[in-house]
Write a protein that binds this ligand. Structure first.
Ligand SMILES: *Cc1c(COP(=O)(O)O)cnc(C)c1O
Length: 427
């Protein structure tokens, strides 16, 4: 397929010139020589994130134990404070979000809280394209309840194009389903599911529904509270630029406040009672009850600076630019790389894709290696996907143009053929 677009470098430069978020590029430590397109796996370090990390290192140095309650960002309230700042990013009320745990731990926490099998309602719906950790958690949670995952985990199959069809999810919502847990955006294909519709359909049938928003939080605006989803969790080291191992986020809808979480610890307590050290837990009445223990302060610290940038830029602008970047990249790919064995795996419709372009090619491993040698950092997912994430905060249209031109010359010169096709440990 060929599309009619302006493929000149001048056009890319003109797009950069009128980019409303152009100044944010200077807020980041960009690699000096290369083009970074892996922000959906590990976002770049912003200067604000770096500063806020140093600020908290200093609070330890100078305040010692008093850092818990004093200083600019008292540690004892940091998870809640960051929850307040994170809430608008996913369209939530402040008290519905807390920054705590890791993605995998939060999936365990929320599934153990919301999976309440009873009678013949015992099954969980997921998809066959889910990120492995999500599936492993569901399998182990089913096993903890004494159920065989082979029978009780329903994994929706992909269609012939490798996409998940919402109709297939809805037609699997039978009487025996206790819970639905889905990705907002699928990590390989970049497909965005219709969260609002799936929530309505689940609730019509009295089924609890939660989402893993790792690949949409910080790139696509959500309206979790308005849509009434029951729960969600997401990663903060991808589009939210919190750094490697940054503390993750979780969301619990207000209608569930007051329930006892599946897992509790002393941070599930109301703040006022926590240091009374009683053996009877006084449960916090908001999403903050889903915390367990002492937060990893330095892995939270970066988010203070990073979330400031989101507040200044606004999610609407971040999304607008992200959508324009991925659209531009897809159009260029279709125009410049046709007949070279590539296909675009993510849905073409702007309303159905997340923040990355999912490029399929039988030689994906070797092409990824060639790109890296040409100072472009993509991300490879076995067996045949190259993920390219132009990030609104720091990727320019000119870089997208250069990337596609580089791919074109790699294919024309067959320079990928000199690499072997073993993938690296961290893809
Ligand atoms: C990145 C990602 C994870 C990672 O979970 P961790 O606990 O941070 O290792 C899990 N699920 C999805 C969908 C992801 O994209």
């Amino acid at each position: 397929m060929t599309v009619k677009i302006d493929t000149s470098y001048e056009y890319a430069l003109a797009m950069d010139k009128k980019d409303a978020l152009a100044t944010f590029r200077e807020e980041f430590h960009l690699p000096s020589k290369s083009i970074y397109l892996d922000g959906n796996s590990l976002g770049l370090m912003s200067k604000r994130a770096e500063q806020s990390l140093f600020q908290l290192i200093n609070s330890w140095k100078h305040l010692q134990i008093d850092g818990w309650t004093q200083g600019e960002s008292p540690w004892f309230f940091l998870s809640e404070h960051l929850g307040d700042l994170m809430a608008p990013i996913v369209g939530a009320n402040s008290d519905e979000v807390v920054v705590t745990g890791s993605t995998t731990v939060n999936i365990h926490q929320l599934i153990s809280s919301f999976y309440k099998p009873h009678g013949n309602k015992t099954k969980i719906i997921a998809t066959e394209l889910d990120f492995p950790t999500d599936i492993y958690v569901l399998q182990s949670q089913l096993q903890l309840h004494g159920y065989n995952p082979d029978e009780h985990l329903v994994r929706i199959k992909a269609d012939s194009q490798g996409l998940i069809n919402e109709e297939d999810i809805i037609s699997a919502m039978h009487d025996d389903i206790a819970l639905i847990f889905l990705p907002t955006v699928l990590y390989r294909s970049g497909q965005l599911l219709d969260i609002e519709r799936l929530t309505q359909e689940a609730h019509k049938r009295d089924i609890i529904i939660g989402f893993d928003a790792c690949h949409s939080a910080g790139v696509i605006p959500h309206a979790f509270s308005k849509w009434g989803i029951d729960f969600a969790l997401w990663c903060n080291y991808k589009y939210l630029n919190g750094g490697p191992g940054a503390v993750a986020s979780l969301y619990v809808n207000r209608r569930h406040f007051g329930k006892v979480p599946g897992l509790t610890g002393w941070y599930s307590s109301t703040k006022e009672k926590q240091f009374d050290m009683e053996h009877t837990l006084t449960i916090e009445q908001t999403s903050r009850a889903y915390q367990l223990g002492t937060p990893h302060i330095f892995s939270l610290a970066t988010l203070i600076g990073s979330l400031e940038l989101f507040r200044e830029a606004t999610m609407e602008e971040v999304y607008k630019k992200s959508r324009n970047l991925t659209r531009y990249m897809m159009d260029l790919i279709q125009h410049e790389l046709h007949d070279m064995g590539f296909s675009i795996h993510n849905p073409d419709d702007d309303a159905r894709r997340g923040g990355h372009v999912s490029l399929k090619h039988a030689e994906a491993v070797r092409i990824t290696k060639a790109l890296k040698d040409h100072q472009i950092t993509p991300d490879f997912r076995a067996p045949d996907i190259i993920r390219l994430a132009p990030v609104a905060f720091y990727t320019s249209f000119a870089e997208v143009w250069k990337t596609v031109q580089t791919l074109k010359s790699i294919m024309q010169n067959k320079s990928y053929e000199k690499y072997n096709s073993n993938r690296n440990v961290v893809a």
